[in-house]
Ligand binder design. Structure first.
Ligand SMILES: C[S@@+](CC[C@H](N)C(=O)[O-])C[C@H]1O[C@@H](n2cnc3c(N)ncnc32)[C@H](O)[C@@H]1O
Length: 391
């Protein structure tokens, strides 16, 4: 079977995967007509004219998503000055929609539980501006390091903390919470060991320890969270390790948890046509092993449910959580949502106000949404939003 998008035909195993998941294979032929998206960093709106003169093509304003523009798919932005100087981002509009679904308000403390490489994290920080905080977590050290580089490039790290940690067990709450029982005196002996201004140069003690026992690239559930970056106003400076990693009782999270949580979960990425195309170079056998393997699929389902469950646990009462994946399968989306709702009586699926303007279609469950290249002219994405209620 020939597909316009792929220079090689899609393999039978992948076509079978699409068919058994009710996914229309023609989305993989629409890549040539799916635009490229850029987002302007707030405050740099004027640079759109410079971009236009550099790429010799007029970016078209996206009516349904503030700050986003479309470009023809073949246009590259990496060599433009605006991109190199951190004034524009390359980010798909569906990803922007997932962030908008959070409904960020000034002062929010936001948790991004699968944060790397960080396109959504940057957008959250841009929306927050000079208030609140963002905590980014990812199990893959190298990917989170790339996220840190991105924060630095876009000068967005001031209110951010990044932890290499497993999102299914991560338990660090936002800063600002102190138990009354802990007096300043009881902490004074630890005062020597407080976090100072962040520097990329690790203290000698840490470097020696890392040399002795090299840290894993992808961490497991039992690995304690590791802070790999924090900004000046992230609330970390001045704390001791004991304070930062303080264990909080479940009932306290209801009051002191995060205002907003994004669980942009690990998935098969089958909705990302560009990602699937990469297997032409990596070899379709790799796709079989990395994506279609039955055991991996079962593990993925469990991982997605566990990420969603833990993200929700860390949410304060009244707070909102957005679950998204770039898979178009029901198993990784609606099935996860259904199972999660069955197991969590304080979770309520809610309307996404912004979705009224989105060029997407409803999911199999009411109030959930699906973007795909044919319907939305974007990459594929599933989005659902929950609120934590009191029962
Ligand atoms: C879809 S990507 C996230 C994309 C990101 N939100 C962005 O906008 O750039 C999924 C991420 O989940 C991470 N991941 C996989 N398993 C994880 C786990 N158990 N805990 C935390 N992150 C995990 C992967 O390393 C990967 O970076």
């Amino acid at each position: 079977m020939e597909h316009g998008a792929a220079t090689a035909p899609l393999p039978d195993a992948f076509l079978h995967f699409l068919e058994s998941n009710g996914i229309d294979p023609s989305i993989y032929t629409s890549i040539d007509s799916t635009p490229r998206y850029i987002r302007l960093k707030p405050g740099f709106e004027d640079c759109i004219e410079d971009v236009e003169s550099e790429i010799k093509c007029k970016p078209k304003k996206l009516e349904w998503l503030l700050g986003f523009y479309t470009l023809p798919p073949h246009i590259q932005i990496a060599s433009t000055n605006a991109y190199r100087e951190g004034k524009i981002y390359g980010i798909d509009a569906s990803s922007g929609a997932a962030v908008m679904a959070l409904g960020i308000s000034p002062g929010d403390h936001v948790l991004d539980l699968c944060a790397a490489p960080g396109a959504k994290l940057c957008m959250i920080l841009d929306l927050l501006g000079d208030s609140g905080s963002v905590t980014g977590v990812d199990a893959a050290r190298h990917r989170l390091a790339a996220c840190r580089t991105m924060l630095q490039k876009y000068k967005l790290g001031d209110r951010c903390r990044l932890f290499v940690a497993d999102g299914t067990t991560f338990s660090v709450i936002p800063e600002g919470f102190r138990s009354d029982s802990e007096s300043y005196e009881s902490r004074s002996e630890e005062r020597m060991d407080v976090f100072k201004e962040w520097t990329s140069r690790r203290p000698w003690k840490e470097r020696k320890k890392a040399k002795k026992c090299p840290t894993p690239q992808v961490v497991s559930k039992s690995h304690p969270p590791e802070l790999i970056y924090y900004g000046q106003h992230s609330g970390v400076i001045g704390l001791t390790k004991g304070e930062l990693y303080k264990t909080v009782a479940e009932n306290e999270i209801a009051g002191y948890g995060y205002d907003k949580v994004l669980v942009d979960a690990e998935c098969t990425h089958d909705g990302s046509v560009k990602h699937i195309q990469k297997f032409e170079h990596w070899g379709w056998v790799t796709l079989q092993r990395r994506v279609l393997d039955a055991e991996r699929m079962d593990n993925l389902h469990a991982l997605q449910l566990n990420l969603l469950t833990n993200g929700f646990r860390l949410l304060k009462v009244g707070g909102s959580l957005v679950y998204s994946t770039c898979s178009l399968t029901v198993a990784q989306n609606e099935d996860v949502v259904e199972q999660f709702l069955k197991e969590n009586i304080t979770a309520e699926l809610t309307e996404i106000d912004a979705a009224r303007k989105w060029p997407c279609k409803g999911g199999r469950i009411q109030k959930t949404w699906r973007f795909d290249p044919l319907t939305s002219q974007t990459s594929g994405l599933f989005v659902a939003k929950f609120r934590k209620v009191v029962i």
